[in-house]
Design a protein around this ligand. Structure first.
Ligand code: ADE
Ligand code: ZN
Length: 324
């Protein structure tokens, strides 16, 4: 499973930071982050909202481009070791320069330099999706969208939104999504992780995204599943994350297989792997054990993910050669 070539579309850059990496940075900087770790060294949080605040606390020691360069190296080494050959990660200007375009460009240059090295040395290709954070509100999202539009191109390929789905509405962020779309960026947004099928419907109707982050609760609305299938809106499904956070009690109760059977296009990702004690290998192993997925299923998932990737066709063709 580890060697099988994989394509991952839903990975939060900071959320992929190993706890030991964050602890090391905190100690270098003399910041006390002991409250966010368990005795065994893993991240400690009670529920999703607490997870979001622990996430932000961990991110507080990622203070400059050099820290993000080191983070990028650690994240890509880990992903590559699990067979990931192409990955898109969510980057937030809120955490990279506080929304200032000049600072954002410096962070981005540092991240890209490491990504280029990793492509050469480890055979993993990274592209970035700029994300705004829903609970930071629509005004702050505009600065993220402006950073996204300024740097849109062959490396920053998409714009999205994460954060607390129960705050506000997708349409509150329309200005930001339109700004990004006009700059040529493809659109994805988190929905249907917590807010039910209605939240997925809202995302589809208000933003017309190419992909949806999670989206799994759409299973409760058969007509909506038909819309997703007909419009070929791809779900970035993160089964381990959903089970760890309690969206579904077990993987056996997770709707990924049912969505697939209804004709909805699904892909598999880790979301924030160390926070949810997962890796792409573990996700694949769980799907094999629980739903009996085999070589053909994983090949189909990888092809769906690559087709739905936001990078250009030349990059896709190069990656596709390696999926064979
Ligand atoms: N940010 C990081 N992980 C997230 C998740 N699972 N849902 C929403 N926002 C997030
Ligand atoms: Zn996510």
């Amino acid at each position: 499973m580890k060697e099988l070539p994989k394509v991952e579309l839903h990975l939060h850059h900071e959320g992929a930071a190993p706890p030991a990496f964050i602890r090391g940075l905190a100690s270098e900087k003399g910041v006390d982050l002991s409250g966010i770790f368990r005795e065994d060294g893993s991240y400690s949080y009670r529920d999703f909202n607490h997870f979001l605040s622990v996430y932000e606390a961990a991110t507080s020691v990622l203070t400059g481009p050099e820290e993000f360069a080191r983070l990028t190296r650690a994240v890509l080494e880990e992903s590559a070791s699990h067979g990931v050959i192409y990955t898109e990660s969510f980057l937030s200007p809120d955490f990279c320069g506080g929304g200032d375009v000049g600072a954002w460009c410096e962070y981005l240059a540092a991240i890209r330099e490491v990504a280029d090295e990793a492509e050469r040395d480890m055979g993993i290709t990274l592209r970035g999706i700029v994300t705004c954070i829903r609970h930071f509100g629509p005004e702050q999202a505009k600065t993220a969208a402006t950073c996204a539009a300024e740097t849109a191109g062959d490396w920053i390929v998409g714009f999205g939104m994460g954060g607390d789905e129960m705050v506000g509405h997708q349409r509150d962020f329309l200005w930001s999504f339109e700004c990004a779309r006009e700059a040529g960026l493809s659109i994805t947004t988190h929905a249907g992780e917590w807010g039910g099928a209605a939240s997925v419907r809202e995302a589809v109707e208000d933003l017309n995204p190419a992909r949806i982050g999670h989206g799994v609760q759409a299973i409760d609305d058969p007509a909506l599943c038909d819309v997703l299938a007909e419009r070929e809106i791809v779900l970035e499904v993160c089964p381990g994350s959903n089970v760890f956070l309690g969206v579904y009690p077990t993987l056996a109760k997770h709707p990924i297989q049912k969505l697939r059977e209804r004709g909805v296009k699904v892909t598999v990702s880790t979301d924030d792997p160390p926070f949810f004690h997962t890796t792409m290998t573990r996700e694949y192993e769980g799907l094999e054990k629980t739903f009996g997925w085999g070589e053909e299923d994983f090949a189909e998932i990888a092809e769906t993910a690559l087709s739905a990737a936001f990078c250009d066709d030349t990059t896709k063709d190069k990656i596709r050669e390696r999926l064979k």
